[in-house]
Design a protein around this ligand. Structure first.
Ligand code: PMP
Length: 398
């Protein structure tokens, strides 16, 4: 028989599969609320003005394209550290953070996962229930057994914090706990600073390894506000992991710009950890690509562009918030009596709408409104042109 005769067809990626279905739909009123992408008031994927300006500078400079260092552009790594840990963080002055450029936030997670697998091969990984659908697959592929901690509470329309904490407090030492730093995907529900303190206490007491996934810094309440949780972990004096993504905050999805930062106990430890991360990079893809990281480094370190970015990011954040409010209002206006005000307490691009799988199927099949079967909708894809149609369609399936 042929070499690949026994190869099975892998399941389609549920969300990218939804996209294919959306593209094939001929309904002119169709709306895509499935994929996690921010679109502007006109439903277009934005190219940020700060990105355009940085790109123009880079074209002008016309630099040759040599290989980057294995850990990426030094100025980029430094800018990531300053963003994540704060410009004046003593941790950075002490040289206690190993940061590498990564292929998007996904790449940062995978580098961390591979490193952790070598460090502690028998450790388990805990992800939130539910979580970004790639968390489980990524850590499973890195060789881990992946389990969940309770997170979403459908009845309460919020976080089952007691359940979450109980799971952490009964996890074995060394267990890797993947935590959404802000703008939880898919639910939109974040925990409060005081609750983070309890999570941190559990991580510390049980000897767990915290891995913060920060894919939406600036989409919740602000760059500083969303990053505050990092400061809480630092203040607790524990070592932890942070993956960073600029896919959303710079609207640079296709450039694959991200990073991994590992907080270590000493400068010497940091050097050793960095050396191991570099081996993982070297043996997987040798070194990272130039273009996207160059753009982000330029924007973050050029004061005028930095200010422009912060303004544009605030624009995206505020537009999403406005859509959350309008969504609740227009559902009411469409005659929906169920209270949807929880949508405005959620943060980031997504909302667990509480709609059921049959309702989501009807929305898709009868109205061309595409969300995920779990009821997750991308609020960042709503705009003044489609929100009326979406809310009226929802009113018809409820
Ligand atoms: N983590 C979470 C929670 C995400 O939602 C995403 C993107 N959807 C990622 C990581 C991956 O980001 P990137 O596209 O930069 O790899």
């Amino acid at each position: 028989s042929s070499l690949f005769a026994a190869v099975e067809m892998a399941p389609r990626d549920p969300i990218l599969g939804l996209n294919e279905q959306f593209n094939a739909d001929t309904n002119p009123a169709k709306v895509n609320l499935g994929v996690g992408v921010y679109t502007d008031a006109n439903g277009k994927l934005p190219l940020l003005a700060c990105v355009k300006a940085a790109e123009a500078q880079l074209v002008e400079a016309a630099r040759a394209r040599g290989y980057l260092p294995i850990d990426g552009i030094a100025a980029y790594d430094k800018a990531v550290q300053a963003l994540v840990f704060g410009e004046g963080s003593p941790l950075l002055a002490e040289g206690r953070v190993a940061t590498v450029q990564a292929i998007g936030g996904t790449g940062g997670l995978k580098l961390g996962a591979d490193f952790l697998k070598k460090l502690n091969p028998t450790a388990k990984v805990l992800i939130s229930d539910p979580s970004w659908e790639n968390h489980r697959a990524l850590f499973t592929n890195a060789g881990f057994t992946v389990d969940t901690y309770p997170y979403y509470d459908a009845d309460k329309q919020g976080v089952n914090f007691d359940g979450m904490l109980a799971a952490l407090n009964s996890a074995a030492a060394g267990t890797v706990v993947v935590l959404h730093a802000c703008c939880h995907n898919p639910t939109g529900y974040d925990i409060l600073p005081a609750q983070w303190e309890q999570v941190i206490a559990a991580v510390k007491a049980r000897g767990l390894v915290a891995f913060l996934d920060m894919a939406y810094q600036g989409f919740g309440d602000g760059i500083q506000e969303d990053g505050a949780v990092i400061g809480q972990f630092v203040a607790a004096g524990i070592d932890f992991f942070v993956s960073t993504s600029f896919s959303k905050s710079f609207s640079l999805y296709g450039e694959r710009v991200g990073g991994l930062s590992v907080v270590c106990a000493s400068k010497d430890e940091t050097a050793r950890v960095l050396s191991q991360l570099k081996i993982t990079i070297r043996t997987n893809y040798s070194n990272p690509p130039t273009h996207g990281a160059q753009i982000v480094a330029t924007v973050l370190t050029t004061p005028a562009l930095r200010a422009q970015w912060e303004e544009e990011l605030a624009g995206m954040r505020n537009r999403i918030k406005k859509m959350r409010g309008a969504f609740v209002e227009q559902l009411k206006a469409a005659g929906v009596t169920r209270d949807f005000s929880f949508i405005t307490t959620q943060r980031g691009m997504f909302s667990y709408s509480g709609l059921t799988k049959p309702q989501m199927e009807r929305l898709r099949n009868e109205f061309g409104v595409y969300g995920v079967d779990s009821g997750r909708i991308c609020v960042a894809a709503l705009n003044e042109h489609n929100i009326g149609y979406v809310t009226q369609s929802i009113a018809k399936v409820i």
